[in-house]
Design a protein around this ligand. Structure first.
Ligand code: NDP
Ligand code: MG
Length: 394
């Protein structure tokens, strides 16, 4: 496949990143083409995307989506893949050059791994797959010379700043964090926070899961681990600073004391586009930074007492093995329980911490071991919640 061909498969096209990516691709125009789209539950939205972007193939992964959706899409000229292997099939299609992984959660892992194994360039938004299986994905990508281009805004910023020096000249990576909706909340306010409170993010509009993760700061926890894998640095070289404006997306400090930062308005279309056009830059659809109207940037240290996620991240990044899979799965299960109204907000961090504490670490896991650890953690969270409700009922 030649370098000019930019056929993109978007895994999770109906989500927040997926929709932004389609806008970017449409604006970029040829040779950028969305040739394959995958959706989970939103059949109608997928039909609209197929009408507009005319992909060659789609995947529908939720079995409850009606067959009429698939039929309508086939009439529009796209092949439809269904069932549990559908995303893997899509990610490995011969005509696909770039896989944009924008599915939420560990559910994206099989397709991400398959894309790397098939030699596709990977534009990675789905940070959970790296947190779970960085120990498999990164060596696999290196062996095959596959590029993993970060879509996460912080990692895109670091990736850009890294181009100002050599990796052995890096002193530390400074990840910025907005601090989320509870940056200034008291412990008690956080404990009782409602779903609406947690979804009220000050600077970003994103899918529900990552928005809740921003409120607990598990998003930053996942990003610390993600940074260690992507940039091959030890956890003690990754720091977090709260920066409420979300304009500096992250920084790299070099050994000579120079700190290189990347700035742009909080608009995911910028890092999505850079991952697609790298190593080139092109005019796009994203908002531009306006410095004329009075402009202040603030920084403060994170509070690891109210946000234990940060502490847990360093622990997990240091221990490696199956611990990333456990942290991620426990968090996914706890977030789902909070969204379902089964646990209070404050319980999310506690459940993840208890689950990690109860896990028997496996140092050099296979994919199977990681998937087992993932299942174990979800069950553990389930039993902890059940035990608590039983205790409350007495
Ligand atoms: P959304 O919830 O908005 O979208 C998720 C997408 O994945 C949807 O297309 C959804 O399909 C699909 N999906 C959900 N569950 C499954 C499943 N079990 N199997 C297959 N597909 C599934 O998420 P976001 O776009 O916000 O986030 C996507 C990823 O990008 C996450 O890993 C997130 O951490 C990361 N990210 C997101 C940012 C953002 O600005 N949103 C910023 C940085 C990173 P459907 O809707 O049809 O059910
Ligand atoms: Mg981010």
């Amino acid at each position: 496949l030649n370098d000019l061909s930019k056929n993109i498969a978007i895994l999770g096209s109906t989500g927040s990143i997926g929709c932004n990516a389609l806008e970017v691709i449409e604006k970029l125009g040829p040779p950028y083409r969305a040739v394959a789209l995958s959706a989970h539950s939103q059949g109608q939205k997928l039909i609209e995307q197929v009408e507009r972007h005319r992909p060659a193939a789609v995947a529908i992964t939720d079995d409850s989506v009606d067959d009429s959706v698939a039929q309508q899409i086939e009439r529009l000229g796209a092949r439809v893949y269904r069932g549990s292997a559908a995303m893997v099939q899509l990610a490995t299609l011969a005509e696909v050059d770039i896989v944009l992984a924008a599915v939420v959660g560990a559910a994206g892992l099989p397709a991400v791994l398959a894309a790397v194994r098939a030699g596709k360039t990977l534009a990675l938004a789905n940070k959970e797959s790296l947190v779970v299986a960085g120990s498999l994905l990164i060596p696999e990508a290196r062996r095959r010379g596959v590029k993993i281009l970060p879509v996460d805004s912080e990692h895109s910023a670091v990736f850009q700043a890294m181009q100002c020096g050599k990796s052995d000249e890096v002193r530390r990576i400074i990840l910025t964090a907005s601090g989320g909706p509870f940056r200034n909340a008291t412990r008690q306010q956080m404990e009782r926070a409602t779903l609406a409170d947690a979804l009220n993010h000050p600077t970003w509009r994103m899918g529900n899961k990552i928005t809740i993760d921003s409120a607990t700061m598990f998003n930053k926890a996942l990003e610390i681990i993600e940074a260690c894998w992507l940039f091959d640095v030890p956890p003690d070289k990754v720091e977090v600073v709260i920066h409420p404006e979300s304009v500096i997306h992250s920084m790299v400090e070099y050994v000579d004391g120079s700190v290189i930062a990347q700035l742009s308005p909080p608009d995911m279309r910028t890092p999505i586009q850079y991952a697609l056009t790298y190593p080139q830059r092109q005019e796009g659809v994203s908002r531009r930074l306006d410095l004329t109207g009075g402009f202040k940037l603030h920084f403060e240290p994170p509070d690891t007492e109210r946000f234990p996620a940060l502490r847990l991240a360093y622990d997990v990044a240091t221990r490696g093995g199956t611990s990333g899979a456990v942290l991620n799965a426990a968090n996914e299960a706890a977030v789902a329980a909070f969204v379902a109204g089964n646990i209070p907000f404050g319980e999310i961090s506690r459940l993840v911490e208890l689950t990690i504490a109860g896990h028997c670490l496996q140092a050099d896991p296979t994919l199977d071991d990681l998937l087992k650890a993932d299942r174990w953690a979800r069950q553990m969270v389930g039993s902890l919640i059940a035990a608590q409700s039983a205790a409350l009922a007495h």
